[in-house]
Design a binder for this molecule. Structure first.
Ligand SMILES: Cc1ncc(COP(=O)(O)O)c(C=O)c1O
Length: 344
C-alpha cells in the first residue's frame, strides 16, 4: 500500500527492529530496572540534560501521564482547537486527569501569549477551573513549526503566571530537524516543563517517552505512570528502540528525510494547475486543496485523509520510509486525474 495518510502508517526502521532483536537474547530485570533502560535514560540525559524519563506505549498515554503530572482536577489545560489531546484522544486527558481542556481557535495550529491571556481572568475565582498548563504540539497538527522565540515566549508567559508548559512532541524530531537546532535547545532551554517525546511516528514499532524537566512535576510521576497503565513490565523492548533512535542521530536522519519528502511533494503538487498548497510545509505534512472530483479516485490509489470536511482540505503526511518514487508516483496520478477532469 502506498500511503500518505499518516506517518504511523510507516513500517519500523531496520536499525530499530535489530535493536528489539538484540534485546531478546537473555532475561532482564522487569519494569525498567534493566541495563537497556538505563542506557536509554542516559541517552535522553545526554541530549536534554537532567531529565526524568518514563516510557509509554503510545502518544495518548504519554500525554495523559504528562498532564497528570502537571494538572489537578480543578485546573485547566489550554490548547488549540486542533490539539491531539482535544480532538484525537477520546477525552483521555479529561477522563484521566479530571481537568478541563480549554481549546482556543488558532489560524496556524499555534498558541501565543496574547491568545492565552484572556483566559487568565479565571485565576483565583473559585467558580472557574484554574488555568495551569499551556499544551502545545511541536510540530503542530497543521504541519507548522513553532520558532524557538515563540516557544520561549509561551514558556516565559506561563511561568510568569504560575503555569506550566507541556509540549506534545509526537513529531518533535520533525520540528527540530526543520529548525536545525538541538533537541535541548528547542525544548528545555526554551523553558518547556514536561514533554511527550514521539517515537512511533519516527520509525519505532511501539513507544513514546514522557520527559520531565521541571523538578516540581517529578514527585508523583512514577505513580501516575503506573496508574495510567503505561508501565511496561518488559520495558527493555521499548527502551532498546530509543537507544537505537537516539544513537548516531538516527532520529534526525529519519526526520530530515520525512521533511524532505514533504518539501518535494509540496513543490511538485504546487506545479499542478488546480492544486493549492494551503499551509506552510514546515515539517513532514502537506495540506492542500484539489478539485473535489479528484479526491475519491486519488484515494483509491493512495490512502490519505480529508483533513477538513467543510473545505475539503486534504492532509498528506510523509514518513521516514517515504521514497522519492512514491512522491513522484503520487504526483503523476494526481496530475493525470486532474487532466482527465478537464476532458470531461
Ligand atoms: C500531535 C499528536 N500527538 C499525539 C499523537 C499520538 O497518538 P497515539 O496515541 O495514536 O500514539 C499523535 C498521533 O496522531 C499526534 O498527531
Amino acid at each position: 500500500m502506498k500511503a500518505f495518510a499518516s506517518d504511523n502508517y510507516s513500517g519500523i526502521h531496520p536499525e530499530i527492529l535489530e535493536a528489539i532483536s538484540d534485546a531478546n537474547l537473555s532475561h532482564a530485570v522487569s519494569y525498567g530496572d534493566d541495563a537497556i533502560t538505563a542506557r536509554a535514560n542516559a541517552l535522553f540525559e545526554h541530549l536534554f540534560g537532567p531529565v526524568k524519563t518514563l516510557y509509554t506505549f503510545n502518544g495518548t498515554g504519554a500525554n495523559v501521564v504528562a498532564l497528570k503530572c502537571a494538572a489537578l482536577p480543578f485546573q485547566s489545560v489550554i490548547c488549540t482547537q486542533f490539539a491531539h489531546i482535544h480532538v484525537d484522544e477520546c477525552g483521555a486527558p479529561v477522563q484521566a486527569v479530571g481537568c478541563t481542556l480549554l481549546p482556543l481557535p488558532s489560524p496556524d495550529g499555534k498558541l501565543t501569549p496574547a491568545m492565552v491571556q484572556p483566559l487568565l481572568s479565571a485565576k483565583g475565582n473559585v467558580h472557574h477551573n484554574q488555568p495551569k498548563v499551556i499544551s502545545i504540539s511541536q510540530s503542530t497538527e497543521l504541519g507548522t513549526v513553532y520558532t524557538l522565540d515563540e516557544v520561549r515566549a509561551l514558556c516565559d508567559f506561563a511561568h510568569a503566571n504560575d503555569m506550566y508548559v507541556h509540549l506534545d512532541g509526537a513529531r518533535i524530531a520533525n520540528a527540530v530537524a526543520a529548525l536545525g537546532t538541538g533537541l535541548k535547545e528547542a525544548t528545555v532551554d526554551c523553558g518547556v516543563d514536561i514533554m511527550s517525546f514521539g517515537g512511533t511516528k519516527n520509525g519505532l514499532m511501539i513507544g513514546e517517552a514522557v520527559l520531565i524537566f521541571n523538578n516540581e512535576l517529578k514527585q508523583h510521576a512514577d505513580y501516575y505512570h503506573k496508574q495510567s497503565a503505561q508501565l511496561f513490565s518488559k520495558n527493555r523492548f521499548i527502551a532498546a528502540q530509543f537507544v537505537a533512535l537516539l544513537s548516531n542521530d538516527l532520529w534526525k536522519r529519519m526526520a530530515l528525510h520525512a521533511n524532505a519528502m514533504a518539501q518535494l511533494l509540496a513543490s511538485e503538487v504546487s506545479k499542478i494547475e488546480g492544486v493549492t498548497v494551503t499551509r506552510p510545509t514546515d515539517a513532514n505534512g502537506v495540506f492542500a486543496i484539489i478539485p473535489p472530483e479528484a479526491i475519491e479516485p486519488l484515494q483509491k490509489q493512495f490512502r490519505f485523509y480529508v483533513w477538513d470536511e467543510s473545505t475539503l482540505e486534504l492532509r498528506w503526511m510523509c514518513s521516514f520510509d517515504t521514497t522519492e518514487e512514491e512522491v513522484y508516483g503520487f504526483v503523476a496520478v494526481l496530475k493525470q486525474l486532474i487532466a482527465g477532469l478537464g476532458n470531461v
